[in-house]
Write a protein that binds this ligand. Structure first.
Ligand code: DLZ
Length: 166
């Protein structure tokens, strides 16, 4: 939706269902906190804009992006949220650490989506440098936190539609 417009925060409001009864878990990484804090704020603001109640937004910080997978799984195992959003920012360094973290989180979140009957939304920035991350955390390319929140609401809505049509 948004990415082809080069602004991650652009979406069609009519595609977003009423979220007033939905519950969301957000796992957010402490690494690159300037960025992840901005992603988190945008995600929470967007959830609230779509009527998610404060008391239905559960936020847990984890040390780094690699820990997002287990943080997300804890939500699935030990809470009754309707969807989990993970927010992190991995910036390319001089070593291959970047590749391993990105691969681990991508694979891990994909597997969680398959294992639990729950949407796990991938809000991980993987950038070459800090500026690219800032551009996507409230800069010229919008905010990936907005997109993650909208995606989470839409996926919960999709699940609800399937369940009620059974
Ligand atoms: C170690 C590491 C490095 C080098 N870079 C990042 C990064 O850019 N973004 C991020 O979220 N986390 C980074 N980490 C930390 C790992 O994600 C993880 O927390 C540690 O390897 C401990 O498991």
């Amino acid at each position: 939706m948004a990415t082809n417009l080069k602004n991650l925060s652009t979406y069609k409001p009519e595609q977003v269902p009423d979220a007033s009864a939905m519950k969301f878990g957000i796992a957010v990484a402490e690494w690159n906190e300037e960025i992840t804090g901005a992603l988190l704020k945008a995600a929470v603001d967007t959830l609230k804009k779509h009527k998610v109640k404060d008391e239905n937004i559960f936020i847990e910080w984890v040390p780094g992006s690699f820990e997002l997978v287990l943080g997300a799984q804890y939500f699935a195992e030990f809470s009754d949220v309707d969807a989990v959003i993970v927010l992190g920012c991995v910036i390319q360094g001089e070593t291959r650490h970047f590749d391993f973290i990105c691969q681990g989180v991508t694979q891990g979140i994909t597997e969680l989506n398959m294992k639990y009957n729950l949407p796990f939304v991938f809000g991980l920035l993987t950038t070459n440098d800090q500026q690219q991350a800032l551009d996507r955390a409230g800069g010229k390319h919008g905010n990936k936190g907005d997109e993650a929140a909208v995606t989470a609401i839409r996926m919960v809505g999709l699940g609800n539609r399937f369940r009620t049509n059974q």
